[in-house]
Write a protein that binds this ligand. Structure first.
Ligand code: BMA
Length: 768
């Protein structure tokens, strides 16, 4: 029997000590004052809850708590023997394990005076056995020394490398995250926390994910790995710590998770039991066959069937240990894109053998203090993603391996996950190449793969964000090995972008006209987007009254790129004088610019199917109050583009391809009407269109399965004033709408200098 004693509570304390180089000596006695804290938690969060620091997300308050990084910190709590045993004298043979799902960043763990171990890295699970004789009657002190601020390891840079990184930081279009950052590059800590162009420098530190104690009899199951395919074949691999070899029985109980109460689940529980010869420790694999198997699918392909699996080890006296996990039956492959050149990279994702056009978004950490993100927070954001018809999230390499709830919810909602390892550059850089760093990378990435591999939603592993693959060969080989050794069922991409993928920053960073997106010839569009201000109500939450408008350095502190915001908002301000527009008018124009830009890029991607196999806009969410590329702000208020994404990502889309030019009333706009169907079945419906209030089209259409085709031309004479073109395609079981502003043209050509620098950065990323 496994007993769990949770350590996720607020009976913890936190205290500061002078910094020491890791590994540090035990200086618990040096802590001057202990403050109440909770786990999962973060030092700043504890201080914030006690009003000892101002809220770092408001105004420029973040500066006021940078001092936190100058200290190392201790967490401690008491564990009573009575929580662990009814009667300790009768507990002989029981084994007790302390488990941390994530400690940020370097730590040493003590049980009373016993050092259980040390660890570096915020993403790997730590498991320590506590010897029975070390568990005292009464209270036991659990203490963790954590360092995450100024004591991080640093990468040694040659003088010429320093100069190069410095110059690149100044010159490159997204310079905020380029530069030296010796600690960031030498650390597998959330890269964004060192400061990014949508995130503050906020070096988190603490026990940021769940912690608990697990108690078993003589045998402890360290890990269960389940691989299942749609025909019902399942392989279960157990990693067991038994101390000595023994003969046992093992029982597997698989139950289809009840998602729809009216389903006939009479046969939902399937039990398998067999004898087992256990070695002292190590992995063993079992093959099971489920009857009436039901596959897991992304939401736009079918049901999200999930199985709950309980594995129990038994001897004559009953249960020794039992663990539970969830899994799904599905396959994932990456295939060549149709109509792509012969030597092109494969970008077509197939789930259960069927091609899946990716209508994706980039996901960044939901909070710059991720310790406080709860299942409810994830559920709200992921439900918004699902409602926007998003079928894949790219968990960007500058962010996290998210908490378990994120992946469980993606499984339930049928959203695929592209998971990156925690490496993120600015396109020009390399990570340390020494053995110590490489083995740290291997350990952390092994742990990430193991933690996520049972989730059917996880579809692809990727080395990380925007670093040059050829300058990081050793790292990429290490990551590839971690994936092969611990999974082997999902594709691996070395980095994003990689061959035949674009991060299109000619628009925005290069200041090109949004129609420039239509020149993108990549097979997968991994990043593109425009900044937009959040609503005025949100601005009011984090900027003082004087700072709310016009955009100034307070906006820049919250990541606004003023010049570019104006460049894209100005053409949408109509006759308003940019000097005198109100906050509301500016916000509306910037949100409209973001919406129109995303519309151009996404429709270009969808019309280019099947040569193009998907896109992921930059970015879905944001980690603090930011003026950035997100379509849902930190308060979870959608920007105008969010509603548009919902339309643009409808599996069935009507698209109007027309040239953007500055025009005046009386001129003719000529374009092509396109129909796109991402579903595997034919769709029939009635297509209607209106130019302002006049109906200009009404007829029945048939959309062949999984394709994009041009239906025919449409010419419209511009009227004075507004010119809106609306489409509605209505079938028996679906409605798809779309809308265009025929007056929209964001003018201006890309400047030569910017074009050169943006293109050079893109070339460096994929070619060197
Ligand atoms: C991309 C991302 C981020 C960055 C964004 C906007 O390339 O990968 O590094 O935040 O551009 O500049």
């Amino acid at each position: 029997m496994r007993k769990i004693v949770g350590l996720n509570h607020s009976n913890w304390f936190v205290g500061a000590v002078a910094p020491q180089k890791f590994p540090a000596a035990n200086d618990l006695a040096q802590v001057r004052g202990w403050l109440p804290a909770q786990v999962p938690g973060d030092v700043r969060l504890a201080l914030l809850n006690l009003n000892k620091i101002p809220d770092p997300f408001l105004g420029k308050n973040n500066e006021a708590s940078q001092w936190v990084d100058e200290y190392d910190w201790w967490y401690r709590c008491d564990v009573l023997a009575s929580e662990l045993f009814q009667d300790k004298t009768a507990a002989s043979g029981r084994r007790t394990f302390l488990i941390f799902e994530g400690v940020d960043y370097q730590c040493a763990v003590y049980w009373n005076d016993l050092e259980l171990g040390r660890h570096v890295g915020m993403f790997s699970r730590q498991v320590y056995e506590i010897p029975l004789e070390k568990i005292l009657e009464g209270a036991n002190r659990l203490a963790v020394r954590v360092s995450g601020g100024n004591q991080l390891p640093r990468m040694k840079l040659e003088p010429q490398e320093k100069v190069w990184r410095h110059v690149a930081g100044r010159l490159l279009p997204h310079g905020a995250q380029a530069g030296e950052f010796p600690d960031r590059y030498a650390t597998l800590k959330c890269q964004m926390s060192f400061g990014w162009d949508f995130a503050p420098r906020l070096l988190t530190c603490g026990i940021w994910d769940e912690a608990f104690i697990a108690q078993t009899r003589e045998v402890f199951v360290r890990d269960v790995w389940v691989q299942g395919v749609p025909d019902g074949r399942v392989r279960v691999t157990l990693d067991v710590d038994a101390k000595t070899p023994r003969e046992l029985r093992i029982r597997f109980e698989a139950r289809l998770r009840e998602t729809q109460p009216d389903k006939n689940l009479a046969n939902s529980l399937q039990t398998f039991e067999m004898p087992l010869h256990l070695e002292a420790s190590g992995a063993q694999t079992f093959a099971l066959e489920l009857t009436e198997p039901r596959a897991w699918n992304p939401w736009d392909r079918g049901e999200q069937n999930l199985y709950e699996l309980r594995v129990t080890l038994l001897d004559e006296q009953g249960e020794l240990d039992a663990v539970e996990t969830r899994f799904g039956l599905r396959t994932i492959d990456l295939d060549r894109n149709e109509r792509a050149p012969d030597d092109a990279a494969s970008w077509t994702l197939r789930v259960n053998g069927q091609p899946e056009f990716i209508r994706g978004a980039n996901w960044v950490p939901a909070d710059a203090i991720p310790a406080r993100v709860t299942r409810k927070d994830y559920a709200e954001l992921l439900t918004l993603a699902r409602q926007a018809n998003i079928n894949l999230l790219r968990v960007w390499g500058g962010g996290l391996k998210e908490k378990r709830a994120f992946y469980e919810l993606c499984d339930e909602l049928g959203i695929l996950v592209w998971q990156e390892f925690p490496f993120s550059g600015a396109g020009v850089d390399y990570f340390p190449r020494d053995r110590e760093f490489t083995s740290l990378a291997r350990r952390e990435c092994d742990a990430i793969v193991r933690a996520l591999r049972n989730h059917p939603s996880v579809a692809l592993w990727c080395g990380g964000n925007e670093f040059i693959p050829r300058a990081n060969r050793r790292l990429i080989e290490t990551l590839r090995e971690a994936v092969a050794a611990n999974d082997g069922t999902r594709p691996f991409k070395p980095a994003s972008p990689s061959a035949d993928e674009s991060h299109n920053w000619r628009v925005w960073h290069g200041m090109a006209n949004t129609r420039d997106y239509e020149k993108d010839t990549a097979l997968f569009f991994g990043e593109f987007g425009l900044q937009a201000a959040p609503n005025v109500e949100t601005l009011n939450r984090f900027l003082s009254d004087e700072a709310v408008y016009p955009p100034d350095e307070n906006w820049e502190y919250h990541n606004a790129e003023r010049e570019k915001l104006w460049r894209y908002a100005r053409p949408l301000l109509g006759d308003h004088d940019p000097e005198t527009v109100s906050a509301e008018q500016f916000v509306r124009a910037s949100q409209e610019a973001q919406l129109r830009g995303l519309q151009v890029a996404i429709e270009h991607a969808r019309r280019s199917k099947p040569r193009v196999s998907g896109c992921a806009f930059w970015q879905f969410n944001e980690p603090w109050h930011s003026i950035c590329w997100s379509v849902v702000d930190y308060t979870r208020t959608p920007k105008r583009a969010y509603g548009k994404i919902k339309e643009l990502y409808n599996p069935v889309l009507v698209s109007f391809a027309f040239p953007y030019r500055i025009r005046s009333a009386g001129e003719i706009v000529s374009g092509q009407v396109w129909l796109v169907n991402d579903m595997l079945g034919e769709r029939k419906g009635t297509l209607r269109a209106w130019h302002n209030e006049t109906e200009v089209m009404a007829f029945d259409v048939v959309l062949p399965p999984n394709g994009a085709h041009a239906l025919g031309g449409l010419d419209l004479r511009l009227e004075p004033g507004a010119n809106s073109l609306r489409f509605e395609l209505r079938g028996n079981d679906f409605v798809s709408t779309n809308e265009y502003d025929l007056n929209y043209c964001d003018g201006g050509e890309i400047t030569l200098r910017r074009a050169f620098l943006t293109d050079a950065a893109a070339w460096l990323r994929t070619s060197i």
